[in-house]
Design a binder for this molecule. Structure first.
Ligand code: FMN
Length: 194
């Protein structure tokens, strides 16, 4: 059975990215995946403290909920991550997780000495995001951040579902086509592993 990890990055329990990710989870589950859910707002996680004790083992030494996520991140075949756009990047919850994964960057490039840019992604990631405005560059910075975050996880950015003009909680429900797209993406991601 395919193991997929779904990471919820919004502070809102019924927010737009949460609703979209729930649809992707449903698609993945119906396609036969075993989906683990991580809701970042419910966890206690320190930001990266830049002490670099991870240089010894590739594992972050701060003992908090990141330790559980680390194991899930390493063992999943696919990742589905959703974050709203906050000031043209991901939410603080999501960014804290990303920065804690510097321990994985250290493992990959300093400990295992993988030559930079010379690796083939073994896993696939789906990224879902929404923003309130409609600017052409709304997702540009975030996509760069996600691309390099997925690189650390040995993942390719397989698909990004990006929606503009959604602000209030539940706005996305006015767009059943977006929900369908998220459902299909979850399903398709799972089927790429079979
Ligand atoms: C702190 C904060 C910063 C935001 N920054 C932006 C932004 O830079 N651009 C934008 O289009 N929307 C911005 N928004 C609006 C959110 O992206 C929008 O409300 C989105 O629907 C929230 O997604 P969620 O319901 O999944 O949390 C911001 C909202 C908050 C609370």
């Amino acid at each position: 059975m395919q193991k997929i990890l779904a990471i919820y990055g919004s502070p809102r329990p019924k927010g737009n990215t949460t609703i979209l990710l729930n649809h992707a989870v449903q698609g993945a589950t119906e396609a036969g995946a075993q989906v683990g859910k991580i809701v970042l707002r419910d966890l206690k996680m320190s930001p990266c403290l830049e002490i670099y004790r991870c240089k010894e083992t590739g594992r972050c030494v701060i003992q908090d909920d990141f330790q559980m996520i680390y194991d899930h991140l390493l063992s999943c075949q696919g990742l589905m991550m959703a974050s709203p756009i906050f000031f043209y990047t991901v939410s603080a919850h999501t960014k804290i997780l990303m920065d804690r994964c510097q321990s994985l960057w250290v493992k990959k490039y300093w400990i295992d000495k993988v030559p930079y840019g010379q690796w083939g992604p073994k896993r696939k990631g789906l990224f879902i995001s929404v923003g309130a405005t409609k600017g052409k560059k709304l997702f540009d910075g975030t996509l760069l951040t996600i691309k390099y975050f997925f690189d650390v996880l040995d993942m390719e950015l397989w698909k990004a579902l990006l929606y503009r003009g959604l602000d209030f909680e539940g706005d996305v429900l006015k767009h059943p086509e977006y929900l369908q797209e998220a459902y299909e993406a979850g399903k398709e991601l799972t089927l790429t592993f079979t």
